[in-house]
Structure formats: C-alpha cells, structure tokens
Design a protein around this ligand. Structure first.
Ligand SMILES: [Zn+2]
Ligand SMILES: [Zn+2]
Length: 142
C-alpha cells in the first residue's frame, strides 16, 4: 500500500489511477509511489530481521538448555543406579530428568524457540541448517 501523491489516500501498489481522487498518475507520481513502496518493503524486512534475531536468541538458549539437560541426565542416571544397587534411585533420577526435558520443550513451544521460524513445525531432533519439514534455511529470516 502506498499514498496517492495528490489526495494522500492509501491505495494499491500497482495502480495507474487513484480510486479516490481519480488522478491519472504521471511518471513522477509513479516514481514517488515506487519509492514509498520500496521504503515500506525495507521497513518490513527490518522488522522481520529484528523479530528473527529475538527468535534466534531464544532458540540458542533452548538448544543450550536441552544439551545441558542431556549432560545432566547422563552424569546422574548411572551413578544413581550404581550407588544404590537398585534401580529405584535411577528411576527417580530418570523421571526428574524427563520432567525437566518436558518443561524445556513446553517453554520452547510457548516461546516458539522449539519451532521452525518459517513453518512453525516442532523441531524435535532437527538442529541442522535446513528445516526437515519446510526445507527453509533455519539461519535466515527470509
Ligand atoms: Zn488520490
Ligand atoms: Zn520449517
């Protein structure tokens, strides 16, 4: 949407005549409108980039939390089993770890950190460059 250079009404990007004041646009009018369209596009792109950066910060935190939790799981479960010579402590440790993993995922889903930025699919094991669901670049907002 751009402004009509004459009446300032918001109109479609590719019109040759204003639906408000019926002005037929001159080359100079079209130039002004094209400039405004490009300016709008640039601003939208800036907004998208800023929101993507926020998403990436959360996503990095999500991956770090998940990896940290997996390390904790690995170092706690085996000693817990070995020390008690029974699996009770091991089971309790496992349950606590599962609850923590679920909590991380719930946070990730709520904030979008566990979801693809482009298609919103849950990225369960997908930490690569491209989304396994939509194929888009995970490190780009476009
Ligand atoms: Zn007009
Ligand atoms: Zn996707």
């Amino acid at each position: 949407m751009v402004h009509c250079p004459d009446c300032q009404m918001m109109i479609g990007d590719s019109l040759t005549k204003c639906p408000g004041c019926y002005k037929v646009f001159t080359m100079s009018d079209l130039g002004i409108m094209e400039k405004e369209r490009k300016e709008n596009e640039k601003q939208l792109d800036e907004e998208r980039r800023a929101s993507f950066e926020k998403y990436m910060k959360k996503r990095r935190l999500f991956v770090i939390l998940l990896l940290a939790e997996l390390v904790v799981l690995n170092v706690t479960i085996w000693p817990a089993i070995a020390m008690t010579k029974s699996t009770t402590a091991g089971m309790v440790t496992l349950v606590i770890n599962i609850v923590v993993i679920i909590a991380i995922f719930v946070w990730g889903i709520k904030t979008g950190a566990a979801l693809c930025y482009h298609c919103g699919a849950l990225l369960f094991r997908n930490f690569g460059k491209y989304c396994a669901y939509c194929g888009k670049d995970m490190r780009s907002y476009r």
